[in-house]
Design a binder for this molecule. Structure first.
Ligand SMILES: Cc1cc2nc3c(=O)[nH]c(=O)nc-3n(C[C@H](O)[C@H](O)[C@H](O)COP(=O)(O)OP(=O)(O)OC[C@H]3O[C@@H](n4cnc5c(N)ncnc54)[C@H](O)[C@@H]3O)c2cc1C
Length: 442
């Protein structure tokens, strides 16, 4: 059987690699750009190793580690440095340290007295079993201050998202589950931490997963996986289904028996317009947040101590254009020469859509570093990556969209759909979906 995997990001490349290894099918990847990687590309410039998108993955999920082992890339895995455990939030016009155990935030002056008193009411608030937005959930259980200063910034950090749009079930399902199971987050988390300690695992709290990456960046893993793949570069515009499938590219047609789509949902919507207009319209309902990544290189000498950390996020009331700052060379080895610092500023996201498209991104990033991190040195290196549609946003309609996707696959035997628009945006989630597709096709 001949299989076309459309899309050469982590979802497409990992699916094709698995199909290649575990089946006897003839697999071809079709990618529209001149190179693979999609959002996950690593650039090497002037001694810096720059990620245009993801810079790592958490070690508390198995899928990517499983794939790394299966395709013998373990010796390239690197752990984040110890100093990267230091994370901050810019709030009250200063950088505030985030303890690894969020309960410790109740001790300092990060939250106001009123905010803390509101948190203490949490165990007495009735659970809501229905899905709701992140904003509704957090303000209902913990109060506005926790949303603005802690959970909202995290939503920006992971999804570049807007808490008033994001579905709890689709994005923070584990937290919602804790509410459903224990009736209270505080009670549930306390119980889980106790169990964790009893199991002699890390005692530093439920948010203590370690960030991992690869010596030569995330892109090096995708390049490694792709080595044995047959890749055709071309833009898929539509498909025709007869007893087989005809993949229509701008300048050629390819006949296959089975198609795996691993493209963003808006691209899939275009491709399927003639196959199923209703489903094509449903796919359009998945919104994307724009995000520009500005990478700046500096001489390290004379930099404030705050650069020796993971980076920081912003209190929702204090965001200007930048929604997150990462000190990449303090997170991982090999990202800059010893005397240099590599900083990435994330600009835009769902809360500042217009900021991602501005023309003076370097100026915006440097002004932010001056305001929030007291970095006044000029940069010696600059590059930017503008993702006009960076990260899919899972809203309250997400469950419904997944159901429609399943129905479409059911009605169109031989078509499979994966990619970060459906079952999670992290690299781990994407690879988990690839293993799922392998099981379906095998
Ligand atoms: C700035 C940023 C930082 C991130 N940081 C992290 C992080 O630290 N950790 C983490 O786990 N995740 C992170 N993510 C999320 C993660 O990187 C993405 O969810 C993941 O890389 C998406 O992979 P994908 O293959 O599903 O989609 P994509 O990477 O979007 O790949 C889709 C591919 O399909 C191709 N394509 C589109 N249309 C067509 C067509 N018509 N014909 C042929 N090919 C087509 C595209 O060119 C592209 O190569 C980040 C994302 C961004 C944007």
């Amino acid at each position: 059987m001949r299989i076309a995997v459309i899309g050469g990001g982590i979802s497409g490349i990992s699916t094709a690699t698995l199909l290649n290894k575990h089946t006897t099918h003839d697999v071809v990847v079709i990618e529209k750009e001149f190179s693979i990687g999609g959002k996950a590309v690593t650039l090497k410039r002037g001694g810096y190793t720059i990620e245009t998108g993801p810079n790592g993955f958490l070690d508390n999920k198995e899928e990517i580690k499983r794939m790394v082992e299966e395709f013998q890339f373990e010796e390239n895995i690197i752990q984040s440095k110890d100093e990267s455990r230091i994370r901050m939030v810019y709030s009250n016009s200063k950088l505030n340290l985030l303890p690894e155990n969020p309960m410790r935030l109740l001790k300092g002056d990060f939250f106001s007295l009123k905010g803390k008193m509101r948190i203490f009411k949490e165990p007495f608030i009735k659970p809501n079993k229905d899905d709701e937005t992140l904003e509704q959930f957090v303000t209902r259980r913990l109060g506005r201050e926790v949303l603005d200063k802690l959970i909202g910034p995290m939503a920006c950090g992971v999804y570049a998202g807007d808490p008033s749009y994001m579905s709890m079930d689709a994005t923070f399902s584990r937290i919602k589950e804790i509410e459903r199971q224990y009736g209270s987050l505080i009670k549930g988390l306390a119980k889980l931490m106790k169990e964790k300690k009893a199991n002699a695992q890390s005692a530093s709290g439920p948010f203590s997963a370690k960030l991992l990456s690869f010596k030569n960046g995330v892109g090096s893993f995708i390049n490694h996986l792709s080595k044995k793949l047959n890749i055709i570069y071309g833009d898929v515009v539509s498909i025709e289904q007869t007893d087989r499938f005809k993949i229509i590219l701008k300048n050629k047609k390819i006949d296959v028996d089975c198609v795996v789509f691993a493209v963003p949902s808006y691209s899939l919507s275009d491709i399927l317009k003639n196959t199923d207009l209703d489903f094509s319209k449903i796919l359009r309902k998945i919104e994307y947040a724009p995000l520009s990544v500005v990478s700046l290189g500096f001489e390290k000498e004379g930099m404030p101590d705050t650069v020796n950390s993971f980076g920081y996020l912003f209190d929702l009331n204090e965001i200007e254009d930048v929604i997150g700052v990462l000190f990449d060379s303090s997170i991982f080895e090999n990202r800059a020469l010893d005397n240099k610092l590599l900083v990435r500023a994330m600009i835009g996201g769902a809360l500042r859509k217009e900021s991602a498209q501005k023309t003076n991104l370097a100026e915006i990033a440097t002004k932010e570093l001056q305001r929030s991190a007291n970095i006044h040195k000029p940069f010696e290196f600059f590059t930017k990556q503008i993702h006009t549609k960076a990260i899919p946003q899972y809203g309250l309609n997400h469950k419904e969209i997944l159901k429609e996707k399943d129905n479409f696959e059911e009605e169109h035997k031989g078509i499979f759909i994966t990619g970060n628009a459906f079952y999670g945006v992290s690299l781990n989630d994407c690879i988990k979906s690839s293993y799922r597709i392998l099981e379906k096709i095998k």
